[in-house]
Design a protein around this ligand. Structure first.
Ligand code: GCO
Ligand code: MG
Length: 402
């Protein structure tokens, strides 16, 4: 029997920080998993190195489900981003190994293709409305079928999701950036620019918007109602999702579809949202929600309640995570959309992947496993670079949800 012989954790910053797990079997087969938790990278690296790797050595890598249950139940302490990201990395690496052993891409092991490609949405943003409209035009020209639109709110000096240069990277190298926030200004402004996007470009593409957890339920209900004519594909994270019940109030007031889940980590965190049909899209990601094994379980529950998938895919997830997401997206019956931001060139020199993009659709090569290779030598040129995500403060100086 082949056994797990080695499990190594790499922390590197090719463009931005990534934590990568590589498992090697006694037959010399390797598997990769993404263990990146933006701004808290070393906590997951330590969880893996100090607590999970010693439990993995000598185990049968083929027993993916059993290892998942052993790590999850065996910890006694349940859920949470650090634990679920560490378990996810192990799970992804084991699926990668299983695919390589079978000489099949992981999506074949998950039941094969349900679709020819995976529709993605890209991120248009602007410091004002004209620059947003230019950015939307650029993504339309590139052939994207779905575009998220975010603009800085006039008068308050910023907002979530506005790119500074070519790349959107909210994490800063010093202490967290402190950014001002005014709910009143945002609520007055957001519907006007979303309307201008539709006025200029029409309805022939999907338009999305991310509220980034900043409203109360009644404020979110007001925004959802105000943008009904814009026919958003979704309004994302309208309110912090720890309180699942809060979504009921939004739901009662608006037909704007709702998406949430990028900061949630387990089926238990989304259970009520799904079974009570309080959301339309579940955005848990393969890296932060327990890997392919657990994500499939969440998506299958969602399918029973007409909830579709919309996996988080920001660049703070590595190309291993994106590849794993696309394997799942190709197979699940209730796929909705996949978030996609291109990684910078330095990242792609370290992670060589078979994921391709054409006309706003992602696809995979037929490489066995996840189809990603990690260049350890290239990674060594980019040491870890500690960073923090920003903090938002209301105009009176008090902390708000970022
Ligand atoms: C999104 C997100 C992200 C997060 C980021 C935090 O919808 O893409 O909200 O960009 O802010 O993942 O690390
Ligand atoms: Mg988001």
């Amino acid at each position: 029997m082949s056994t797990i012989e080695r499990a190594e954790v790499f922390v590197a910053s090719p463009g931005r920080n990534f934590v990568t797990l590589r498992i090697t079997t006694s037959d010399g087969v390797t598997g990769l998993g993404d263990a990146t938790l933006n701004g808290r990278e070393l906590a997951v690296a330590s969880y893996l190195k100090d607590h999970l790797v010693p439990l993995l050595i000598g185990r049968d890598p083929a027993r993916i489900e059993d290892i998942w249950q052993y790590l999850y139940r065996g910890a006694y302490w349940r859920r949470g981003p650090v634990t679920m990201t560490a378990i996810a990395a192990v799970d992804m690496a084991l699926w990668d190994i299983k695919g390589k052993v079978a000489n099949l891409p992981v999506y074949q092991l998950l039941g094969g293709r349900s679709r020819d490609g995976v529709m993605v949405y890209s991120h248009a943003s602007g410091t004002d409305v004209p620059s947003l409209l230019d950015d939307v035009a650029r993504f339309r020209d590139l052939g994207y079928q779905a575009i998220r639109a975010q603009t800085a709110v006039p008068g308050i000096g910023g907002s979530y999701g506005v790119r500074k240069g070519v790349v959107y990277e909210p994490a800063s190298t010093s202490l967290p950036d402190e950014q001002p926030w005014s709910t009143e200004a945002y609520l007055d402004f957001a519907p006007t620019y979303l309307t201008q996007v539709r006025e200029k470009f029409g309805f022939g593409f999907h338009l999305l918007h991310d509220v980034h957890h900043r409203l109360t339920p009644i404020e979110a209900a007001r925004l959802g109602k105000a943008v009904e004519d814009v026919r958003l594909f979704w309004m994302e994270d309208p309110t912090p999702a720890e309180n699942q019940d809060a979504f009921r109030l939004i739901r009662q007031h608006t037909t704007t579809p709702i998406a949430t889940g990028e900061i949630l980590n387990s089926i238990w965190d989304v259970k009520d949202l799904i079974t009570e049909q309080l959301i339309d899209y579940v955005r848990t990601t393969v890296t932060h929600a327990g890997g392919i094994t657990h994500l499939r379980r969440i998506f299958d529950l969602a399918a029973l309640y007409h909830v579709r998938t919309g996996s988080h895919g920001a660049t703070d997830l590595s190309p291993v995570s994106l590849a794993a997401a696309v394997h799942v997206d190709l197979t699940v019956p209730n796929f909705g959309i996949q978030e996609y931001m291109p990684h910078v060139a330095e990242t792609m020199e370290v992670f060589r992947t078979g994921v391709t993009l054409e006309k706003g659709m992602l696809n995979l090569s037929d490489a066995p496993g996840l189809g990603v290779e990690y260049d350890e030598k290239a990674a060594e040129r980019h040491p870890y670079d500690p960073r923090y995500l920003p903090v938002a403060r209301r105009l009176d100086g008090s902390v708000h949800d970022w």
